[in-house]
Design a binder for this molecule. Structure first.
Ligand SMILES: [Zn+2]
Length: 68
């Protein structure tokens, strides 16, 4: 039994997940405009509101939503 080995495995698992999350982030960002309350899904954290062109955007990565 070696805790060090287990930790190493956990780390590579974590890194694999981070890649998946990164990928999910680039494709599924839920955006909510604080200006006009418009909601949409975008692939960029730089996007502005397509409705009112505001940059007051709240961004939530879709993988953060509860999975039920
Ligand atoms: Zn807006």
């Amino acid at each position: 039994m070696s805790e060090t080995n287990n930790q190493k495995e956990d780390m590579s698992l974590l890194q694999a997940w981070q890649k998946k999350i990164e990928l999910a982030n680039t494709n599924n960002i839920f955006c909510h405009c604080h200006q006009c309350q418009y909601e949409w899904v975008d692939s960029s954290f730089e996007a502005i509101c397509p409705s009112c062109k505001s940059s007051r955007i709240e961004r939530i990565s879709c993988w953060q939503f509860p999975d039920d």
